[in-house]
Design a protein. Sequence first.
Length: 116
Amino acid sequence: QVQVVESGGGLVQAGGSLRLSCVASGGTFSSYVMSWWRQAPGKEREFVASSTWSGTNTYYADSVKGRFTISRDNAKNTVYLQMNSLKPEDTAVYYCSAEGLVKTYWGQGTQVTVSS
């Protein structure tokens, strides 16, 4: 059974930075497309960023381009989300997903709160 665990959330002032981490264990991490999503109160979950297995191809939501960077370390079964120039509208629960060929695994989320 694959387990996905996020960490690194917290409270930060606008303009600050945070780095989220996500560890996926119990499967073949290097084969997964790893993604970050977020869900703000009263809103639907939305895509933030993703990385293919090699880390060569990355994709971002327009709202975070130029501010967030996704990276992965397959040796550590870990994907990161470096978030810079944070805005109050980035406040949300951030979720990590590991997409395999037949199933996508989700973590429980980590809260990010950006104060103005």
